[in-house]
Design a protein around this ligand. Structure first.
Ligand code: NAD
Length: 504
């Protein structure tokens, strides 16, 4: 553990540099590293090992060997798996103050968010899955079946898929590293975690804890990073990898699906979104809209399920815009170390430029800039973006269709509910959404018409470890959480038996 010169009393840390390959913590072969930039200061906070093709090959070889050899009886001993993951969870708890500082440093996340999605939630999640696995019936009786003149008894055996590559993004790295790796491990797979290069430390720290504080057999859990996506892409093409679980952009998801096709890998894809919030005519705007605006701006707008497109009844447009503008002008953003801050900088200069380009393009396409729209003058250092409100946005325009991933709310007025539903459904995505109404039944009736993986009808978000999360259409394939999420990491084997075995 090293404290940087830029500490300034805030306890900024340089994180773990080493990868976890085949049970050992190691630098890259050849010793190369890449820089980790603190997006709030634009300074180099430290480095991480820059994995090479040889390192990736070693990791895949070790995973294949560990899985095929059933290291430590891994595939068959759910108690052992649950014990290892509980050790991992306990290690996270012991490391949580160090992790808190690492996460604020590498993501620029407000420290307040580490008491929720960025740190407290993944620790809770690592504690949730062991019991889910213990209670799962890996071998179950499935009754009697008939077909083609034959009657047979059936048992279903749920078996691990094999070697799983888990590839994660930077917006909530510890959470997504845990969400992808832990259930896959508890299902009996060997997992190679590849965190995003903008935020490598959350994953490398998980690897360090796994190596030093758990009994996970060598090769069963590995963490490997590279600054070069082409190097990492081998995980999606290597025939020795059986499955890819991925969270990230739809563009990269498409590439991974194409790379995985020749070897017919199983895939779970949690991709981008363009989620809509339909505010119905009977909604209380003063209650609904400040929370809606806050929900979009939190995490610098870098949340995949954010309902960034707000649809307002035309007769309430002026009132709604006034409320939204007031909320966004007061939104607490800036220094991530300040507990009162709810949004820090964008992750990188590239990401900020992309968001500012989308805003500029929207105005060129005819939208009205109500507030924000640029770099804040009072925050000259750090990749900050002003909370931005755009009105009269054409839902078919670029900003109406493409994921923004910035603190940008777009407003489009509508005349009828059918028109609002049509706008909400008219994107290539289908990840999340929200409906607000003064009447719960009314909200539900509209929610039933939206093509999306999750939707909140008068409840804001719908995020829970026991609730399936995922997208339809180009927002993804498969689900996280609960039984739905756990079964993604298993294959079901149907075993036919003589009908006389009914009682067994
Ligand atoms: P990204 O798609 O650019 O990268 C995600 C990961 O893929 C990174 O680890 C990256 O290094 C890796 N990668 C890139 N090219 C690759 C290739 N050819 N082969 C293998 N791996 C490759 O996404 P990002 O910019 O890190 O994250 C933002 C995106 O993540 C947004 O689109 C957001 O919607 C999405 N996201 C989705 C969910 C969800 O649950 N649906 C959750 C969080 C984030």
């Amino acid at each position: 553990m090293t404290t940087t010169a830029a500490d300034g009393g805030t306890g900024v840390l340089a994180g773990e540099q080493r990868m976890l390959i085949d049970g050992g913590l190691t630098g890259a072969s050849g010793g190369a590293t890449f820089e980790v930039i603190n997006p709030a200061t634009e300074e180099v906070a430290g480095v991480a090992a820059d994995g090479t093709p040889a390192d990736f090959d070693r990791a895949v070889t070790a995973a294949r060997r560990a899985f095929d050899a059933n290291a430590g009886n891994w595939r068959d001993d759910v108690e052992f798996r649950a014990r290892c993951i509980t050790q991992l969870r306990d290690g996270l708890v012991r490391a949580q103050e160090r992790l808190r500082r690492i996460l604020v440093t590498e993501i620029g996340t407000p420290i307040a968010m580490t008491y929720g999605i960025q740190l407290a939630f993944p620790i809770e999640e690592a504690g949730y899955w062991p019991n889910q696995a213990r209670n799962f019936e890996f071998l179950r009786d499935a009754g009697t079946h008939s077909g083609l003149g034959r009657t047979f008894r059936q048992k279903l055996q749920y078996i691990p898929v094999g070697v799983v590559a888990a590839i994660t993004p930077w917006n909530a790295p510890l959470y997504l590293n845990v969400t992808e790796s832990v259930p896959a491990l508890l299902a009996g797979n060997a997992v190679i975690l590849k965190p995003a290069q903008l935020t490598p430390w959350a994953g490398l720290e998980l690897g360090r804890i796994a190596a030093e504080e758990t009994d996970l057999p060598p090769g069963i859990f590995q963490v490997i990073v590279s600054n070069d996506n082409e190097v990492a892409a081998v995980l999606t093409a290597d025939p020795r990898v059986d499955m890819v679980t991925f969270t990230g952009s739809t563009a990269v998801g498409r590439k991974i699906l194409a790379a995985a096709a020749p070897t017919v890998k199983k895939t779970v894809m949690e991709l981008g979104g363009k989620s809509t919030h339909i505010v119905l005519d009977d909604a209380d705007l003063a209650q609904v809209l400040p929370r809606a605006a806050g929900g979009v701006c939190t995490m610098s707008g870098q949340g995949c399920t954010n309902a960034t497109r707000i649809l307002l009844p035309r007769g309430k447009l002026a009132e709604g815009l006034a409320i939204l503008k007031a909320s966004m002008d007061q939104f607490p953003y800036g220094d991530p170390w300040d507990m009162r801050t709810y949004s820090g900088p964008a992750i990188s200069e590239v990401q900020r430029a992309k968001v500012l380009d989308l805003i500029e393009g929207a105005v060129t396409a005819g939208a009205t800039l109500v507030t924000g729209g640029g770099k804040p003058a009072h925050l000259p250092t750090g990749y900050y973006i002003e909370p931005t409100l755009l009105s009269d946005v054409d839902p078919r325009s670029t900003i109406g269709q493409e994921e923004t991933f910035g603190p940008v709310v777009t407003v489009t007025p509508y005349d009828t509910e059918d028109e609002a539903v049509a706008i909400a459904n008219d994107t290539v995505y289908g990840l999340a959404g929200q409906i607000s109404s003064g009447d719960d039944e009314h909200a539900l009736a509209v929610a039933l018409k939206i093509r999306t993986g999750t939707i909140g009808a008068n409840v804001g978000g719908t995020f829970s470890m026991t609730s399936p999360l995922g997208g339809v259409r180009q927002s993804g394939l498969g689900r996280r959480y609960g039984d739905h999420g756990f079964e993604e990491y298993l294959e079901v084997k149907a075993i036919g038996l003589p009908a006389r075995l009914t009682q067994r």
